[in-house]
Design a protein around this ligand. Structure first.
Ligand code: 4AD
Ligand code: MG
Length: 483
């Protein structure tokens, strides 16, 4: 028996396959029907483009026609041919249509009209069928691929660090506990506290906030390594840039100092953005138009100066500005919004942490390009960052992007045992729990550096989606773990 070859719509949309019998399978976006002809736009997720199916309602029959509605899944065979209509290169003249799964138009939640992003979040299981989310998640995939390609091309090894961790040094009270103890009736010790020696791992465990400490062990053996995994933070931040579960890419490099670290972060981000510009054209064009339409709805002063494609080129084509914390502090203390008390947090004293309003001012108003701030006050940074000779700053760096603020945070690590141990004591971090981390400074310690890129923040930047909940398949945020 002769079977018709199955194609994905991405293969057909280019218009190079013509006058061939094909089979396609996907979901109905829309159906337009007149007396003599029916047009069905079919999408199979392989591309932003829908395939236009053209059929004769009489020939297909009334009962079949009634079962073809938005959301239904179809298998269609027929001849692929040049389209007479506008908007697509090819169309499929249907010979046979099978309805694989019906979708009752009275209750199907996704109608072929514009829904709000808030509404689509409530139907997160169906939103990938919408144009916007199809585009976002294809780009998300492209970025995952580009991450691995970037590191593979540079001789880095991908290391899977654990998701359940026994150390809470980095978490400082923002971790999700992992336990199999009976929550109603947990075993208690003599002091009446929960007896974690009876727990699954015979100790307290949490979901990891970062794979960094563990991946450092591999940097000090395999040289150039990175993790790319889920991380969890129980901070109660209901913002458009925070998730309780997000993915992070953390490279760690032996013999890299802070400058090498910044150079790598800049090359990495440029590479990812370039990859999207080269490989995600139709999805980016769609999201660019979508973004421009959204901007039109806003009052003039609130509109972004650059559209999505211009923002991407801003990153790929310009050198990032690099300034140290003290320079950033001076710019911010003397800037108009600070003097006029327009910032929510007024910049007064050297040593204060920078909030996203300050980061965005530097990037969007002052420099108008990505900015790397380095050498932060040690008081506001983690224990493992390398002390500078001034003894008040550490070799930290953050990369700030327009519209997002911080996308990358990293540092050169403290490789000197004495300094690290002193710092841990000052910050009340248990040397006993992190004995193995200190061991790495005892045996063949080397200077090394690394950083963490928040993957969803990157995808937000590349897609122009304003809320981080719209770039991860099923977002977890305070009060929300449906699906
Ligand atoms: O700056 P952070 O906390 O750095 C670390 O975790 C280091 N261990 C990284 C390293 O040096 N290896 O987080 C790194 C990045 C941030 O710059 C931000 O992009 C992202 O992770 N991030 C979040 N993204 C979404 N939701 C959250 N709650 C996030 N918290 C941090
Ligand atoms: Mg940070």
């Amino acid at each position: 028996m002769l079977t018709t070859t199955r194609y994905r719509i991405s293969q057909l949309a280019a218009g190079t396959i013509l006058n061939t019998q094909v089979k396609v399978q996907g979901w109905v976006r829309n159906k337009r029907e007149s007396k003599n002809v029916v047009f069905i736009s079919l999408n199979d997720g392989s591309t932003f483009h829908n395939l236009q199916i053209v059929g004769d309602p009489d020939q297909l029959g009334e009962s079949l026609m009634r079962r073809i509605n938005s959301g239904a899944s179809l298998t269609v065979t027929g001849l692929i041919q040049a389209s007479q209509g506008k908007g697509q290169k090819v169309e499929l003249a249907a010979a046979t249509i099978e309805v694989d799964g019906e979708a009752n138009p009275e209750i199907y939640p996704l109608q072929p009209k514009k829904h709000s992003l808030e509404y689509l979040r409530e139907i997160a299981h169906l939103r990938p069928r919408s144009q916007t989310f199809g585009a976002v998640f294809r780009i998300r995939h492209a970025m995952i691929f580009a991450v691995h390609q970037f590191f593979n091309n540079r001789g880095f090894y991908n290391i899977h660090t654990p998701i359940i961790t026994g150390s809470d040094a980095e978490g400082a009270g923002e971790m999700f506990r992992v336990s199999t103890l009976d929550p109603i009736n947990p075993p208690l010790n003599d002091e009446g506290e929960i007896d974690h020696s009876k727990d699954f791992f015979a100790k307290e465990t949490n979901l990891t906030v970062s794979g960094q400490l563990e991946v450092e062990a591999f940097a000090q053996s395999m040289g150039l390594v990175y993790t790319f995994g889920p991380t969890f933070r129980a901070e109660n931040s209901n913002t458009s840039r925070h998730l309780a579960e997000f993915w992070m890419i953390e490279p760690e490099m032996a013999y890299y100092d802070l400058k090498d670290n910044m150079d790598l972060a800049e090359a990495f981000l440029k590479d990812l953005v370039n990859y999207a510009l080269l490989n995600c054209q139709s999805d980016l064009e769609f999201l660019n138009n979508r973004g421009e339409q959204e901007e039109q709805q806003k009052p003039q002063q609130q509109r972004q100066e650059l559209n999505l494609l211009e923002r991407l080129k801003l990153v790929s084509e310009h050198q990032f500005e690099r300034i140290d914390y003290t320079q950033a502090f001076d710019i911010l203390r003397n800037c108009k919004p600070n003097k006029k008390k327009k910032f929510q947090f007024i910049i007064e004293e050297w040593g204060c942490d920078l909030q996203s309003e300050h980061e965005r001012y530097l990037v969007e108003k002052h420099f108008k390009k990505p900015v790397i701030i380095y050498n932060y006050p040690k008081k506001i940074k983690a224990f493992y960052m390398r002390s500078n000779d001034d003894d008040r700053t550490v070799a930290a760096m953050d990369v700030l992007f327009p519209g997002i603020g911080e996308v990358v945070g990293g540092s050169q690590r403290e490789e000197r045992l004495d300094q690290l141990s002193t710092r841990m004591q000052e910050m009340g971090i248990s040397e006993k729990d992190l004995w193995w981390y200190l061991d790495l400074r005892k045996f063949g310690s080397v200077p090394h550096s690394g950083f963490g890129l928040g993957f969803e923040r990157l995808v937000q930047f590349v897609t122009g989606m304003t809320n981080i909940r719209d770039v991860i398949p099923f977002p977890r945020t305070p009060g929300n773990a449906d699906f």
